[in-house]
Design a protein around this ligand. Structure first.
Ligand SMILES: Nc1ncnc2c1ncn2[C@@H]1O[C@H](COP(=O)(O)OP(=O)(O)OP(=O)(O)O)[C@@H](O)[C@H]1O
Length: 346
């Protein structure tokens, strides 16, 4: 069942067009994410959904109700929206329980207390109900903020860079935990971030934004393996583009060998295409006749990410199990093992 639809929405600050005919759709219980470079308009989209900004074109439909069109705006407090921000925004003078109860006015005392207990148990903080925010860690404070936002059972939850004040390890853990909590509540949510691993850990659908538009709205898997254009291919994951000759409509040749797969229509026979090579497409293989020189290496625990120079001078990346510890300057054997072609016209 559809919970949120943005239909060709536009927004301008004065004469500056920030959002330009942007559409997306979420069903109930879906977690969406807007991911893109700084300034592309992610927060502005969130503010339009919340009702803090009006739109200059298109429409926003939330839970079956049109909440915004050009010139018409349902005020934020009538939209049943929950929000979680990066700075937690907890009330320092209220206990954890008091913070969670804050949005529950209009409810009987006993019912309110029951809801607070239930939400604190959902976020795993039942034992901290009487603590104050300053007595909690950053991750715990963010879970209180989440419980507070979920308590009034909003139609949708908006999360604006919710983990950016936390260290990398905690971010990863908390994004997985919060996804589990949202799914357990069947809560529809939109997350804004510029951290790809956060987006991948949390979202069912991700919109890659550039200049106020969504370049591709898709699952994390498809964004990585089937990027719709060069911008998305560049933005998502790691990799390099190598020149390739289009030999047939289903065959390309690059320096490292032939690649089979369906070519995009824009790549004509005989043309040179730019072929995306991910680090997991290049395997280290001592027996391979193809050699490459180690230019750089980054230790990642289980793996090294090697930057390798081919004979032509072009560079590729390769993820290699970290017990293969080669020195910079060394030539190592590599083999191309690529599942499908991602190529764009030059
Ligand atoms: N209140 C405002 N008045 C004028 N321009 C604004 C206002 N808020 C944002 N902008 C501009 O709108 C553009 C989009 O801003 P927005 O905050 O939506 O981007 P973002 O993708 O969320 O960026 P970031 O990742 O850096 O938070 C930016 O160029 C910004 O300078």
């Amino acid at each position: 069942m559809s919970q949120l639809s943005l239909k060709q929405i536009s927004h301008a600050y004065g004469t500056r067009h920030i959002i330009d005919g942007l559409s997306l759709h979420l069903d109930k219980g879906d977690i969406g994410c807007l991911l893109g470079p700084s300034g592309c308009g992610k927060t502005t989209v969130l503010r339009c959904i919340a009702g803090f900004e009006s739109i200059t074109g298109g429409g926003i439909i939330l839970n079956g109700q049109t909440v915004a069109t050009a010139g018409q705006l349902v005020p934020p407090q009538q939209r049943k929206i929950g929000m979680v921000f990066q700075d937690y925004a907890l009330f320092p003078h209220l206990t954890v329980a008091g913070n969670v109860a804050f949005g529950l006015h209009g409810m009987g005392k006993a019912e309110q207390q029951q809801r607070v207990t239930e939400m604190l148990s959902v976020v795993g903080l039942a034992n901290l109900a009487q603590s104050y925010p300053h007595q909690l860690s950053g991750g715990q404070q963010q879970r209180v903020a989440l419980a507070r936002a979920l308590a009034p059972q909003p139609a949708i939850l908006l999360l604006d860079e919710p983990f950016s004040n936390l260290d990398v390890e905690l971010r990863k853990k908390l994004s997985e935990e919060i996804r589990t909590i949202l799914k357990s509540q069947q809560m529809t949510a939109i997350l804004v971030t510029h951290d790809q691993s956060e987006a991948f850990a949390m979202a069912d659908q991700i919109g890659i934004m550039q200049h106020g538009r969504i370049e591709q709205w898709d699952t994390p898997y498809n964004l990585y393996h089937r990027p719709a254009n060069r911008f998305v291919a560049d933005f998502i994951g790691e990799g390099v583009f190598l020149p390739g000759q289009v030999i047939r409509h289903d065959l390309l040749e690059i320096e490292l060998g032939e690649i089979r797969g369906t070519m995009p229509e824009t790549c004509c026979l005989g043309c040179t295409a730019d072929v995306l090579i991910r680090p997991d497409d290049i395997l280290h293989d001592d027996a391979s006749p193809v050699k490459a020189k180690v230019i750089n290496k980054a230790f990642r625990g289980a793996e090294f990410l090697y930057t390798l120079e081919l004979e032509s001078g072009d560079q590729v990346l390769s993820l290699v199990p970290s017990h293969h510890n080669h020195a910079v300057g060394e030539w190592i054997g590599i083999r191309l093992e690529i599942d499908h072609v991602i190529a764009f016209q030059r």
